[in-house]
Design a binder for this molecule. Structure first.
Ligand SMILES: Nc1ncnc2c1ncn2[C@@H]1O[C@H](COP(=O)(O)OP(=O)(O)OP(=O)(O)O)[C@@H](O)[C@H]1O
Length: 444
């Protein structure tokens, strides 16, 4: 106990002051310079140049609007249950406008001429079967029911009677296959994205500055990459951040091209010569789905969810015209789900006949497109630059610490270096001793 106290008191009355030990050794010198080089390389190469530590950044602020175009004809001999034969944008985009999203109907189940009345519940609804009226308590609504139970049982059908929009939808019906609005794959969507970086007072939009109405109505983003094998490869290479023309020389493209006839290749080349298509804000729905790696027909059958991400990562030290968007397409749901696959909802269109109100109920299957805009812009500014240089200079201290560890613990001559580095001085007593000695020297 006493010795611990003495040690504690000893520690209290101690003071460490740094001492400069100048080591002349090739080995230690190389270690020191190497560590300094790594740290300087990290600060300049990574933190300042690669991570653009010399730039001030601002997050993107944006607004997106969409407009769809396209018409599909539903052949009533193939789809007798669908009453509308011509589907244009006012029919298949529901609701007509959404914030940062749009929905396109691709398939549907129609229940025509419903009116309010009393009819048998759908046999698919759990709890709708009955043999006596007591099994259909009046006023109750079954969890997935279509109406209010009336308290009576239709004993011939073995189903509870409900007050509902009658006849109720047939839950046993599956969406038509092939999808009724499969032609929607050729619809185009115009995505208009206005962005700004308020800190730098920069405003941009995803349309080429010199775009004309003709350009909009004839260009298609990425359509070539789907129809044309050449450009499909080009897209892959470009997405990987590589130079396509340089790589194309290394890959034997002829073998791939032999599979395609001349007219298709001519089309490919034609599109290849239109690099501005990558800045075209008009997208064919089929292309979007293909770029996510999905199949339009499979998605159109029961619906799905797609994310369209517009990325604006801009270096404003370069010309502002180089601040252009990059599009990323992703499927958010999965084609592999067995239960509750896809995306659907119900809506109705109302009309009157002989003063009676009727409606046509639609169970609409379709693709929901969700738009998101991300990104940031950077521009040179002294403040972040000096902060990074300052922290880099501070980091150089780590080289001394690491070098000390190597010198004092790992090198052969570590005992010598330790002796030289640490000097024990017993302050007051040593001074008295030294003083005494000096006095004796004087008297002699
Ligand atoms: N989904 C689309 N597919 C092809 N072209 C489109 C699409 N949406 C818009 N456009 C065309 O792009 C141009 C600019 O569209 P914008 O909506 O700004 O003008 P608009 O005159 O209101 O278009 P419109 O009356 O044709 O809908 C117009 O020529 C328009 O026809």
């Amino acid at each position: 106990m006493g010795s611990i106290c003495n040690k504690a008191i000893g520690v209290f009355f101690e003071y460490d002051t740094p001492r400069i030990v100048h080591i002349r050794s090739k080995k230690v010198g190389v270690i020191n310079r190497l560590l300094q080089l790594i740290i300087i390389g990290y600060v300049i190469g990574y933190a300042i140049v690669y991570k653009k530590g010399y730039q001030e950044v601002d997050a993107v602020q944006s607004a997106v609007t969409t407009k769809l175009k396209g018409v599909v004809y539903v052949n009533q001999s193939q789809y007798p249950d669908i009453t509308t034969s011509v589907w244009d944008v006012a029919e298949y985009v529901v609701p007509p406008q959404e914030n940062n999203a749009f929905f396109v109907i691709t398939n549907l189940i129609e229940t025509p001429k419903q009116t309010i009345g009393i009819c048998s519940e759908d046999p698919k609804v759990i709890g709708s079967n009955c043999t006596t009226s007591s099994q259909c308590p009046a006023g109750k609504v079954l969890p997935a029911g279509n109406g209010l139970l009336t308290g009576e049982c239709n004993t011939t059908a073995g189903l509870c009677l409900v007050r509902a929009w009658c006849p109720v939808e047939n839950g046993a019906l599956k969406p038509p296959d092939p999808p009724a609005l499969l032609g929607s794959k050729d619809f185009t969507v115009f995505i208009k994205n206005n962005i700004q970086f308020p800190k730098f007072k920069v405003k941009r939009r995803n349309l080429p500055d010199n775009a004309s109405d003709e350009f909009f109505q004839t260009c298609n983003y990425g359509s070539h990459s789907i129809d044309c094998p050449i450009l499909r490869l080009e897209t892959i290479v470009r997405e990987a951040g590589e130079n396509y023309s340089a790589m194309a020389k290394e890959v034997d493209m002829r073998n791939i091209l032999d599979f395609f006839n001349d007219s298709m290749l001519a089309k490919c080349r034609f599109k290849l010569n239109h690099p501005e298509d990558q800045y075209c804000p008009i997208f064919i729905l089929n292309d979007i789905i293909s770029l996510t790696g999905s199949n339009y027909k499979e998605m159109a059958l029961s619906g799905g969810v797609i994310e369209i991400q517009i990325q604006w990562n801009c270096n404003l030290d370069l010309s502002v015209t180089e601040c252009v968007p990059k599009y990323i397409f992703r499927r958010l749901d999965s084609a592999d789900y067995k239960i509750s696959k896809g995306y659907n909802f119900r809506y109705a269109k109302y009309y009157k006949e002989n003063d009676t109100e009727y409606r046509t109920l639609f169970k609409a299957f379709g693709i929901k497109f969700i738009l998101s805009v991300t990104g940031e812009a950077g521009k040179f500014n002294f403040e972040p630059f000096l902060i990074n240089v300052g922290s880099g200079i501070g980091l150089l201290g780590i080289a001394t610490v690491l070098c000390d560890i190597a010198v004092l613990y790992f090198l052969k001559a570590r005992h010598l270096y330790k002796d030289k580095k640490y000097l024990q001085v017993v302050g007051d007593d040593a001074y008295k001793q030294l003083d005494g000695q000096n006095d004796e020297d004087k008297s002699e």
